[in-house]
Structure formats: C-alpha cells, structure tokens
Write a protein that binds this ligand. Structure first.
Ligand code: ARG
Length: 575
C-alpha cells in the first residue's frame, strides 16, 4: 500500500497546473467563465465557451472569442503556448515540451503516489462484500467485493480517510435452516479440506429444498433457541459451523485481495436492535400488528417494514438500524456507504427513512451504492448448487482456460510459475469484468471474453504492463534527465496527455462512485501505449531519443501499476 508522503500535498500535476494558469490569466483580464476540457476530436487542450459572456458584452459569441484572442497573449513561464478563437470558443494550447517535462517528472518522482491528492478531512466507511455464513459466495458477491475494495483504495488515493467494513449475516433464517438440515441429515460430518465453501453451500441448498410447512416449526424453534441462547449444544454447534464458514470465506478474500479494517456481524446487533425497537414503539414510530412489530411506511410509498417476528425474534431490518447507529458512534465517520445489490434497494430506502423518522442526525449521510445483477450469456446464472453460480465453480472454469493459455505461451516455465501466472490472470479477468461496467448496469459475464489478452480486458492491461517491463529489462537505462523536446510524434504526445489525465480519472471514480471510470482510463492508456510502441522504436532509437522514450515507457508502466493497484488487481512483471 502506498504511504502518504509529504510531496502528495505539494505536487502540482501538469493538467491541474495548466488549468490553474489558464484561469489566472483569464481573471487578470476580468473574465470569470468556466473552462472545459474539449472532446477528443478538438485539438485544443482547454476551451472557454463565450456564450455566457454575450449578454453582458452585448456582442455575438464568435466576435467575443476573436476579440479575446487579439487582446490576450500567452504569458511566459506558463504552460500556455497559444490562444486561438474557434467559433464561439476561445481555445488554449499547451506548450508540449514543458508539459512533457512536467508530466514525466510528476510520475517518476511521485511513483506509487502519482495521482494522490492532499489529505481530506472527511471520514468515510465503505461496507461491502457482506457474505453470509452458512451460505454460498456467489458471483454477485464477487461484484460487490471488487467494487468495494477498489473504491476504498481509490478514495484513499483521493485523500479520504476510509474504513473498510464487512457486515456478515451469521444469524437469522438461513442459519436456522442450515443447522436444521445439518442436524437432520449430516450430523457429525465435517467439511472437506478442499473447497469447504462448496460443501457448506450445498447444505444450505438442500435445506431450502427440504423445507416444508411441517418442518418450518422446527426451524423456527432453532432460530429462536439460538437467538435466546436457550440450548447450549445448539449454540456450540452454531459457533463451530460459523467458524468453518468464516474460514472458508477468508480464503476467498485472500484470492480477491480484499481487506477489511472491521467486521460487523448480525448476531452482535440483536440486543441493541431490540432496545431500539422498544424505543420506536414508545415514540409511536413502530407499532404491533398481528403480534409482529412493524413500521408503516406506506405514506412514503415504502410499504410496511417488519422489525420483529411474532415470536419476538429480530429481523434483518431491526439489526440494520443498530448497525447504522454503531457505525457513526464507534467510528466517528462522516459518511457511510453501503455497497449492496439492487435487489435490496427498497430495504435501504426503508432503513434510511426510518433513521430520518428517528431524527438520527446522520440519516442523510448514509448512501446506498447499488449494483445490478451478473449473468452468463445463456441467461440467469444457475449451478448445481443453487440459483446463483458459485465463486469456486467459476474460478475453476476460468483457471482451466487460463492454464491452457499460459502453457501455450510459456512452455518452458515450471509448473509453479504457470500456476501462479494462471491464477493472477484469472482473478484479474474476473475482477476487471466486474469493474468495467457502471454499478447500475447489468453484467453479462463471458469467461472467454474476460480472458482475451487482446480485448478490452484486465489481462490486456496486465499484458501491456508486462510488455513495458520487458522493454525496460532489455535496456541499459537509468532514469534521470532526458530531453522532453525529443518527444514530439503524435503517438508520443497522445500518450503523454493520457498519462497526465490519471489524477483526474481517480477524482472522477470517487465523485461518481464508479471504478468504471478508472477501467476505461486504463484501457485507453494501454491502447495509446501499444500504438506508440508499434510505431516507434524505443531500444533501437538513437541514444538520446531512446532515453526519452524509455522514460515514457517507464512512466506508463508506473501509471498502469498504480491504476491496477487501485483496482486491487496484481501487475505481474511477466506474462
Ligand atoms: N448479508 C446481507 C445479504 O447477504 C447483505 C448485507 C448488506 N448490508 C446491510 N447493512 N444490510 O443479503
């Protein structure tokens, strides 16, 4: 993990610098209009539309642009080289040589901190993954876990204080069902050494199939005995099986490189949840209806929210109120982000509305970052073990395919090298596919496409990173001074411009809570790098030019590395 350095607070990234200098220049001429980054097909670097000035200046916009071009000269000692009117826009052009020098200096000196912003005061908690015990870890969890881990890393890079939290359902109806099924059909069995999560998931699926009206009473009893701690043997069994689950989940989190600063559990919320429900009854926000405790939210178009069952046991809803309270109280956070599937949107709205009704002062600081479903090209995912495809099954399928690919490319590698590489590529393919789409959009996951080294995939970016490494390995090159004036080919300038946009891509990702901003950026960067590399010799160029180009290669490698880190994807040196 990159550490916060002092320089991150003082670095002026090139693109930012150009903007600030342009704004300052305009201000000097008493012009206070917004400046924009023009679309790719416009060759200018910044543009100021003059429409807004037309009213006060009582002139048509294109005349204003023309007048400004005539009256403003690009000042020396700035990055602005030329100012030109184009229709109703005033366009600004950078000094490529100076700009190149600053961009590459920014990157080579900040290294893993390139793109990092000064520390912000805001403390944010991101709750994600939330896999339940006694149940499967399926493809939806991969999406939520990937989103949370990358957003957390990116927000840290943007300067936020971030706490990464997990909230796992280790109690409730599904646990009762599982324990019932285990006691009835699997008593004394222990999980297999390998793929224990699959065994755990299969017992849950079996329990769902075998639940009938008659045995539901037995399951309810298990649920209430467990909650009230009335049967020591049952509690002991719950503890033991819960540990099995948590251990198997840890293996998955290790695979996915997901790290949590804090784990919350549903079980820990029950006592406080019941106290809160009592208060809600007292204040008239909740009421008893047919022996259950509910909140009537129909007035707000949010239906009826049930807090406690008839037998007094606690529901998911009530526990979530206790959780919200705990997060703000104990962790002193300013914002709480819940990364939860879209299927629970209504639940999130009911929760936030209830917090508001309770006058919970941080109700408005809770945010549901909702994400859509993941499907296979053939339709909704289904597997032998349940309605959603399991992580383990998915991993196996992808891994087999990646192993073939690696063996084809590197017949000389040892088995261990091949296995490590295949696993890296597989996890990368999986996570990148989950992130390379905005959270609110459905993902149709195609294993073959995800692993394509030449497509818009994670492995393509990893491969580009490895290629940069391989070029640098072959060079006798020590980073140092280079002549930025030598980098003047279109492909070089495009690549430099792209490199300068990394800090902005980080900002956008955080503003929109959308790592897709970063994945798109890294694909474009990889593309620009490969275009440059195919067109221009690096190692074989004349000495001085070669040094400049190698600095460009090294900077690209660094930015790819930083970007992959923020996505929580490894950046192998060889592929
Ligand atoms: N464990 C829950 C589930 O699998 C998700 C928890 C989401 N977080 C929350 N605070 N409700 O459905």
């Amino acid at each position: 993990m990159p550490t916060q350095t002092k320089s991150a607070n003082t670095i002026n990234y090139a693109q930012e610098l150009l903007k600030t200098q342009t704004k300052t220049l305009l201000k000097k001429h008493n012009i206070n209009a917004p400046i924009e980054t023009p679309p790719e097909n416009i060759d200018a670097d910044l543009a100021m539309p003059t429409f807004a000035l037309a009213k006060t200046l009582k002139k048509p916009p294109h005349i204003i642009a023309q007048d400004l071009q005539n009256s403003i000269n690009p000042p020396k000692n700035t990055l602005i080289k030329q100012i030109k009117a184009q229709g109703p826009y005033l366009n600004f052009y950078k000094d490529n040589e100076k700009y190149t020098g600053i961009v590459l200096k920014n990157i080579t000196s900040a290294k893993q901190n390139y793109g990092k912003k000064p520390e912000k005061k805001q403390k944010v908690m991101i709750e994600y993954s939330q896999a339940n015990t006694h149940k499967a870890f399926h493809v939806g969890h991969i999406r939520g876990t990937s989103l949370g881990e990358s957003l957390a890393r990116t927000m840290k890079h943007e300067g936020y204080h971030v706490t990464q939290a997990n909230y796992q359902g280790d109690t409730g109806a599904h646990v009762a069902k599982w324990l019932w099924c285990y006691l009835k059909f699997h008593k004394n069995e222990t999980p297999p050494k390998k793929q224990s999560e699959k065994w755990i998931a299969s017992i849950y699926v079996e329990s769902v199939k075998k639940t009938t009206k008659e045995n539901q009473k037995e399951i309810d009893k298990i649920n209430s005995d467990l909650e009230n701690n009335t049967d020591p043997n049952l509690t002991a069994l719950w503890k033991k099986t819960r540990e099995w689950s948590l251990k198997s989940l840890q293996d998955i989190y290790k695979d996915l490189d997901a790290h949590f600063d804090h784990y919350f559990f549903e079980r820990q919320m029950e006592t406080r949840a019941k106290e809160i429900v009592k208060d809600l009854l007292k204040s008239g926000i909740a009421k008893i209806d047919q022996d259950a405790t509910i909140i009537d939210l129909r007035k707000y178009n949010l239906g009826i929210w049930v807090l406690l069952r008839k037998d007094g046991t606690c529901l998911y809803s009530a526990k979530d109120i206790a959780l919200a309270e705990k997060k703000f109280k104990k962790y002193n956070i300013d914002k709480s982000i819940y990364i939860i599937g879209a299927a629970q949107s209504l639940h999130a709205q009911q929760l936030f509305k209830t917090l508001e009704l309770m006058n919970f002062k941080n109700a408005k600081n809770c945010h549901h970052l909702s994400f859509a479903e993941v499907r296979l090209p053939t339709g909704k995912m289904s597997s032998r073990t349940g309605e959603n495809i399991l992580y383990t099954d998915m991993l196996e399928e992808l891994l087999a395919y990646a192993k073939q690919e690696v063996t084809k490319r590197h017949p000389g590698w040892t088995q261990e090298e091949k296995d490590t590489s295949a696993k890296n590529i597989t996890i990368c393919a999986l996570k990148f596919s989950m992130l390379n789409q905005s959270p609110n959009k459905l993902i149709t996951f195609s294993p073959k496409e995800a692993l394509n080294f030449e497509g818009d995939t994670g492995p393509y970016i990893q491969y580009t990173h490895a290629r940069a490494h391989s070029i640098l390995r072959q060079a006798t090159f020590s980073p140092g001074s280079f002549n930025p004036a030598l980098l003047k080919e279109k492909e070089e300038l495009d690549l430099i411009k792209k490199l300068s946009q990394f800090p902005e891509a980080v900002t956008k990702t955080c503003e929109q809570y959308d790592p897709n901003q970063l994945t798109s950026y890294l694909l474009e960067l990889s593309h620009d790098f490969n275009t440059f590399y195919h067109k221009h010799p690096v190692l074989k160029a004349q000495k001085e030019l070669s040094t400049a180009r190698l600095t460009l290669v090294q900077s690209t490698m660094q930015v790819l590395n930083n970007g992959l880190y923020l996505l929580a994807i490894t950046a192998p040196k060889q592929m």
